[in-house]
Write a protein that binds this ligand. Structure first.
Ligand code: CAA
Length: 380
């Protein structure tokens, strides 16, 4: 076992840490309030290579390992989880999916623009009646020979209005159930494709989340990803890796809140001494740090499994359940350590607490992860 990061890992982690402090921290409270995320910041993340980290260099990607990606996700999430969810969706759902399963033409046409940040991607699986129960797709794609005709609604789509390319999962043959599902690349602006209003969210408010409507949208046949009927497996395989990214996001949210609580406890005085000298606070910090380190090991293990070409469905699901619970626990305690100050915006921890909640919901709720984990341990 070797727990040491390589020099390259440290360099990329430090670059992300620096970017988060200098570029993401200023304005993070306002972005949360106004529910916005400026395009220039997305471009800067693209310029730094954060949007296509693991994708093949021949299509503009960084060719990096999953550990590097995890380190970047943690650093960005310490400061702004709205930025890191964009990075996560673009890297592990959109770029990884296209790089691994896309055709040569799809990679040249779409992936090469997504890896550089010239274009942004979205992953469209969830529907009003198909969230956790992802096989119950109501969106249809009817085969018309050289193209498909897409109809339906997708919900809670990250990068909903800011994306340029959308990976859309749809039912092509209802009788075949999940084996009759396909994934398609849909470009923004095509006739019949409408972006619904922005969701008013509790957390990750800078990230734009929308519903999407498809009314007789024509999708060229060459935009189907993989063989006919591969769409559900495509979604599941892509989400397995995505869950490691969200686990890293949860780890970052927890670490960010812990660091703020630690600093505050060394400055704030009560009963004649800094509050960290009171066991009530010191023990909270000890618990927070312990569960963060446990999460870090689980997230790194899942990333390592992926890099070694081993199955990571189980370790990724376990990392997500554990790290997201840690994010909720640690951010709640960080607010508590801050007392009254923790409840106001300028101290940041209340935002981190609101941001933490989504990590137990998206890319598969904690309950869905437990289905994956229990099936895995019962099968083995
Ligand atoms: N890899 C490959 N194949 C997989 C797989 C995986 N990880 N998991 C399942 N499959 C395959 C199965 O082998 C099966 O195929 P076969 O019939 O050929 O064997 C097929 O998929 C169906 O699997 P199940 O019978 O297990 O299906 P199920 O209905 O019981 O559902 C589930 C399984 C794990 C619960 C799945 O529905 C699921 O993951 N649901 C949650 C969906 C989700 O994560 N949504 C998140 C939305 S995206 C998002 O949040 C992005 C964002 O914007 C941030």
């Amino acid at each position: 076992m070797d727990f040491k990061l390589t020099e390259e890992h440290i360099m990329i982690r430090d670059a992300a840490r620096d970017f988060a402090k200098t570029e993401l921290l200023p304005g993070v409270i306002e972005r949360d309030e106004k529910q916005e995320f400026p395009k220039e910041l997305v471009k800067k993340m693209g310029d730094l290579g954060f949007l296509g980290m693991m994708a093949s260099p021949e299509y503009g990607g960084g060719g990096m390992d999953t550990i590097s990606y995890i380190l970047v996700m943690e650093e960005l999430s310490k400061i702004d989880a709205s930025a890191s969810v964009m990075v996560s969706v673009n890297n592990s759902l959109v770029c990884w999916g296209l790089d691994t399963y896309g055709s040569e033409e799809q990679k040249k046409k779409y992936l090469s623009k997504l890896t550089t940040g010239e274009k942004l991607g979205a992953f469209c699986l969830s529907e009003p009646e198909a969230g956790s129960d992802a096989t119950s797709q109501r969106t249809t794609a009817i085969d018309k020979g050289d193209h498909y005709v897409l109809n339906g609604t997708k919900n809670w789509i990250t990068n909903g209005s800011s994306a340029d390319y959308y990976l859309v999962i749809a039912q092509t043959d209802r009788e075949k159930k999940h084996k009759g599902i396909n994934a398609f690349i849909v470009e923004k602006g095509v006739e019949g494709f409408e972006i619904g209003p922005k969701e008013q969210k509790m957390g990750i408010r800078g990230s734009d989340t929308h519903s999407l409507n498809f009314n007789d949208v024509k999708v060229p046949k060459e935009n189907r990803i993989g063989e006919d009927g591969f769409g559900f497996k495509f979604a599941m395989k892509t989400l397995s890796g995505g869950r490691i990214g969200i686990a890293a996001q949860a780890l970052g949210i927890a670490s960010g809140a812990y660091e703020l609580a630690l600093d505050y406890s060394k400055q704030r005085k009560a009963f004649g001494t800094e509050i960290c000298n009171h066991q009530a606070i010191a023990f909270k910090l000890a618990d927070m740090y312990t569960s963060i380190e446990a999460s870090r090991h689980m997230v790194m293990r899942a990333a390592w499994d992926k890099d070694q070409g081993q199955n990571y469905d189980l370790t990724g699901a376990m990392a997500k359940v554990y790290a997201s619970r840690t994010a909720m626990d640690v951010t709640t305690e960080a607010v508590q350590v801050h007392g009254g100050n923790g409840y106001v915006k300028e101290y940041h921890v209340e935002r981190l607490m609101r941001d933490a909640k989504i990590t137990q919901i998206y890319e598969g709720t904690s309950e869905i992860q437990k289905i994956v984990i229990s099936r895995g341990i019962l099968r083995d």
